[in-house]
Design a protein around this ligand. Structure first.
Ligand SMILES: [Zn+2]
Length: 247
């Protein structure tokens, strides 16, 4: 078992800030950007297929977030580790903050995780990311800058064998007007766009929207794109073109 901060498992910085001087009111976040798991953790016991799958990261989300950052001139905060180590969009009190299962896969490396290992993930991955996101918001709000917070995610075409009809979804709680404009705009294409589908925001299970957005009076949404639409550079570009006017 890996343990203690002395093992220095998390040598890579926990996050990256893309375009820190971006002038857009939009602040982009990509919490599930990476599938990186330190080598010493042996993919948490997952085989190569499972470790490359959606459970480890949001396929295509980082490519889309980078493209949006460039087009909008928006700052983007990117997480550098897999959500399987600790999910940055879950409160620490959520039972699956460090998941022992994800969809059909058990995650052996997260079973019976000791307090020290857990605390190391909290201290090295979770806390620095949330401190940085809070600091970016403090700075903008302190300067009186209009700010909208947008998390960029992707989801699988099917879940537990059931096909999902939406090509994308917008998830929100308090930001009804902002999200409503976005949903209406995206629906102009005639494709199926979910409003609080395929997931809903739940303060017990979410961080970005309720904590960094709603609690601070900042309009906040998560954008969820079905990942078959983000598997090619052309797909990513097409989604960036569709989304950019509504963010
Ligand atoms: Zn996600």
């Amino acid at each position: 078992m890996q343990s203690s901060t002395e093992s220095g498992l998390y040598r890579r910085p926990p996050y990256e800030i893309v375009n820190p001087q971006g002038r857009s009111p939009v602040l982009l976040v990509c919490e599930h950007a990476s599938r990186y798991i330190p080598e010493e953790l042996a993919q948490l016991g997952l085989d190569d297929t499972a470790a490359a799958e959606h459970i480890a990261w949001d396929i295509g989300a980082l490519d889309l977030a980078r493209e949006l950052s460039a087009r909008l001139d928006a700052t983007l905060l990117v997480a550098n580790y897999s959500r399987l180590l600790i999910d940055l969009n879950r409160p620490l009190s959520a039972p699956d903050a460090i998941p022992e299962h994800s969809e059909i896969y058990p995650i052996p490396g997260n079973r019976n995780l000791g307090a020290t290992d857990r605390q190391e993930r909290v201290a090295c991955l979770f806390e620095p990311f949330h401190r940085q996101l809070a600091a970016l918001l403090d700075e903008r709000l302190g300067a009186g800058r209009p700010t909208r917070l947008v998390g960029v995610h992707s989801f699988t075409p099917s879940y537990r064998g059931e096909a999902r009809p939406w090509v994308a979804g917008v998830l929100y709680a308090k930001a009804e007007a902002y999200a409503g404009r976005m949903v209406a705009g995206l629906r102009e294409s005639g494709e199926e766009i979910g409003a609080n589908q395929p997931y809903v925001i739940d303060p017990l299970e979410d961080m970005t929207v309720p904590v960094h957005g709603d609690e601070r009076g900042v309009d906040a949404v998560l954008i969820e794109i079905r990942n078959d639409g983000l598997r090619t550079p052309q797909g990513v570009e097409a989604w960036a073109t569709r989304l950019a006017p509504w963010l």
